[in-house]
Ligand binder design. Structure first.
Ligand SMILES: [Zn+2]
Ligand SMILES: [Zn+2]
Length: 121
């Protein structure tokens, strides 16, 4: 089976890179959920600008999808904020986790491949 084609079809990488929602790093940012403040921390916010670290946002959205299904009614994690996480942001946040799994898969896959090549030559 041709694995590379299967990976491309399943990864959704094209849609991730061309979509608008993006994580950003902000100097001096402290996440209200996990209190993380390390430099270079990836953060995410909706139009309401309630900003949390990407890990917390991703965890929150993933958890909501697990609990309630992808109903499109996921609200901003901030207390009492009624802004909904729009579908593109949901896609971004949930695919981000998939992407991370995908990248670590690629690394182990090609790592093993390079090892084999090395042994043959
Ligand atoms: Zn956090
Ligand atoms: Zn909000």
């Amino acid at each position: 089976m041709d694995h590379s084609q299967e990976i491309q079809e399943n990864s959704g990488i094209d849609t991730i890179t061309s979509r608008v929602p993006k994580s950003v790093t902000i100097d001096g940012f402290v996440c209200d959920i996990c209190c993380e403040d390390e430099p270079g921390l990836q953060t995410f916010a909706l139009k309401c600008d309630h900003r949390f670290c990407l890990d917390c946002y991703r965890h929150y959205v993933t958890q909501k999808i697990k609990e309630e299904g992808e109903s499109g009614r996921i609200q901003c994690p901030a207390d009492k904020c009624k802004v909904l996480v729009d579908s593109r942001a949901v896609t971004f946040l949930s695919n981000e986790a998939t992407l991370h799994r995908f990248v670590s898969f690629l690394i182990s896959f090609f790592g093993a491949y390079i090892l084999i090549l090395h042994q043959v030559s």
